[in-house]
Structure formats: structure tokens, C-alpha cells
Design a binder for this molecule. Structure first.
Ligand code: FES
Ligand SMILES: [Fe+2]
Length: 325
């Protein structure tokens, strides 16, 4: 996992009026909302005597530890030590290790960085996925490092094999391209054309161009967001949520805006989820067997032209890792 990035780690609905404890980025974390509804996040450990704060409650908008009732504000500062009295002294060391958060599009981002004192950028999202869409969502656990799950979603070579009976029907094993471009610093765009092998060599990426901006393609925003742009009105979205070195959660959403009636629009999106999950399970069965668990530039794999999106992903990942202190 790479430091100094905004990671989508939860969906908004998961943080209600009680604190919740989850493992993200290899750490036990607590998430809660203050009285204004703003989400806070911190290491799930009370600095007094080590209890999990996620087993506590929200009192007057503060996170209250279940053991001795110490209360913490949204910034992680202790505001009450009941045994010292409400006017008592609060040791300044009584402070949670907290993380900056950001909430939008029904998602919660967490800044996983060395310092929170710097001015943080706003997390990026897909501009072409606006509020006119309805979505259904599901969370799918994978026994895999999130880098491997991401690479699978950028893998355009696997379609006729892994998905031979579903989205990869038609024996289109030959991979023209793929075109891989960066849109800005964070977004990777890839376009591919798979066809039946007629004996001609695959076209080079430079010989291939998407017909227009609404052609089917994949978009990936570092470090963990992806969308399959199926059409102007239909998308599959994923957030690759890192749990620890060997576990991830695939937060999958199906978006549509061709049916715009509120209840029906939501229903149509929800009804598409089982088949989308079925397809990702075709991937999961294979990806969880990959060795080594964590991807990288120098892990001894022999890649081919069709793997270009994966190569780009690895290069960017390595460049960001090199920036870590
Ligand atoms: S352990 Fe949390 S208040 Fe004592
Ligand atoms: Fe797949």
C-alpha cells in the first residue's frame, strides 16, 4: 500500500449513528460521525488503556470509550476524562491517531499519509459519473492484495478464457492494442479491441483508436477506483478497498441512467448486481491463486503487449512508492 493517497475505504451508509470498527490498509480503524454528521476516522485503540473505541458509543457528538468513559472529538482530541471531573485537567497526550476523511458520491475516502498538517488535495472521481445515475452496490471479499484485484480489472487478455461463457463469449482471443493513456496525473484510460484470430498479427496501440469518447473503455483513478465505461448510460464501477496484505474488498456498483424514474431507476440498477457479482467471481477464483500476493515491477512475470495497462499500472505504482519517505 502506498502512503500519501486518498483511498476509498467505505460506503457512506456503513457509518451510521454508532462507531464502527474495520480493518483497512492493514490497521484496525474506528469510524464515526459527529453531531454535524461529519465522518471521523482514527486508530481503533483508546490511548488510556488500549480498548477498541469501536465498541463505544457516540455521546453529545463525541466518541465515548466504553471502558472509563473518556470522550474524543472529531479531531481525535480528548475532551472529557470523567474521573478527573468535567473541569479537570486533560493530559495533552490523550489524543487519537486520527486520519483525514472525505465523503462524496456515497463513498468515504481516507487519507493514508505520513502527515495531515499539509494542505490535502481533493480526492478525484469520475467526472462522467454524475448524480443523474442510479446505482446498486455489493461488497465482495477477495483473499488477494488489492494490487492484484486492480490488475485483474485492467486485464484485457483474460476475457475469452475466464469469462468464456459470459462477457468473453465469441472466442475473441487476439488482442489489438491496447491503447493506454494518462488523463492528467491520476487517471489511466485504456481502450482495447479483441477479435477472433485470423492469422494476422495484433495491431500496435498506435494503429488503434477509439471511435469516439463514448466508446467502451476502462478508466482507473489512482490508487483504487475503476469504471468500465460500457455506454453513456451504463457503467460498472469498483473501489478496490485494501484490508491488509492478503485481503481486499471489492466494492462493486452498477450505474445506469437510462431509466430515470427514482424507484424504478434504483431497482433496475440493483437487479444488475447478481450477474455482475457472478462475473467477478469468475475472476476471483483465479486471481486469489496468483503468486506473489503483491504485484510489482520486479516480480519475475513475463508480460506481453496485451498487458500494457498492467505495465502502466505497475510503473505508476513504483513511481509513487519511490516518493514515499
Ligand atoms: S481505556 Fe478508554 S477510557 Fe480507559
Ligand atoms: Fe474479468
Amino acid at each position: 500500500m502506498i502512503r500519501n493517497q486518498w483511498y476509498v475505504v467505505l460506503e457512506s451508509y456503513e457509518v451510521g449513528n454508532k462507531p464502527i470498527g474495520v480493518t483497512r490498509l492493514g490497521e484496525k480503524m474506528v469510524f464515526w460521525r459527529d453531531s454535524s454528521g461529519k465522518v471521523s476516522a482514527a486508530v481503533d485503540r483508546c490511548p488510556h488503556r488500549g480498548v477498541a473505541l469501536s465498541t463505544g458509543v457516540i455521546e453529545h457528538g463525541y466518541l465515548q470509550c466504553p471502558f472509563h468513559g473518556f470522550e474524543y472529538d472529531a479531531t481525535g482530541k480528548c475532551v472529557l476524562v470523567p474521573a478527573n471531573g468535567r473541569n479537570g485537567v486533560i493530559p495533552s497526550a490523550l489524543r487519537l491517531n486520527s486520519y483525514p476523511t472525505y465523503e462524496a458520491h456515497g463513498l468515504i475516502w481516507l487519507w493514508w499519509g505520513h502527515t495531515s498538517s499539509q494542505e490535502l488535495p481533493t480526492p478525484e472521481f469520475f467526472d462522467n459519473l454524475d448524480d443523474s445515475f442510479f446505482y446498486g452496490s455489493a461488497h465482495d471479499p477477495w483473499d488477494a492484495h488489492y494490487s492484484r484485484v486492480i490488475e485483474n480489472q485492467l486485464d484485457v487478455v483474460h476475457l475469452p478464457f475466464i469469462h468464456r461463457n459470459t462477457i468473453g463469449r465469441g472466442n475473441r482471443t487476439l488482442v489489438d492494442g491496447p491503447v493506454v493513456e494518462w488523463k492528467g496525473d491520476k487517471m489511466l484510460y485504456t481502450y482495447v479491441f479483441n477479435r477472433v484470430d485470423d492469422g494476422t498479427p495484433p495491431l500496435k496501440p498506435a494503429d488503434l483508436s477509439p471511435k469516439n469518447s463514448s466508446s467502451v473503455h476502462l478508466e482507473f483513478i489512482f490508487p483504487n477506483l475503476w469504471q468500465n465505461y460500457i455506454s453513456e448510460n451504463v457503467r460498472v464501477f469498483a473501489a478496490f478497498v485494501p484490508v491488509d496484505e492478503t485481503h481486499s474488498l471489492l466494492y462493486l456498483r452498477f450505474y445506469q441512467n437510462f431509466m430515470r424514474l427514482p424507484l424504478l431507476g434504483k431497482l433496475v440498477a440493483r437487479l444488475a448486481m447478481p450477474s455482475n457479482l457472478y462475473i467477478t467471481h469468475e475472476d476471483r477464483r483465479v486471481v486469489i491463486t496468483q503468486q506473489p500476493k503483491v504485484s510489482g515491477l520486479k516480480i519475475g512475470e513475463i508480460l506481453i503487449q496485451g498487458d500494457l495497462p498492467i505495465i502502466e499500472y505497475r510503473k505508476k505504482r513504483a513511481a509513487l512508492q519511490a516518493l514515499e519517505e
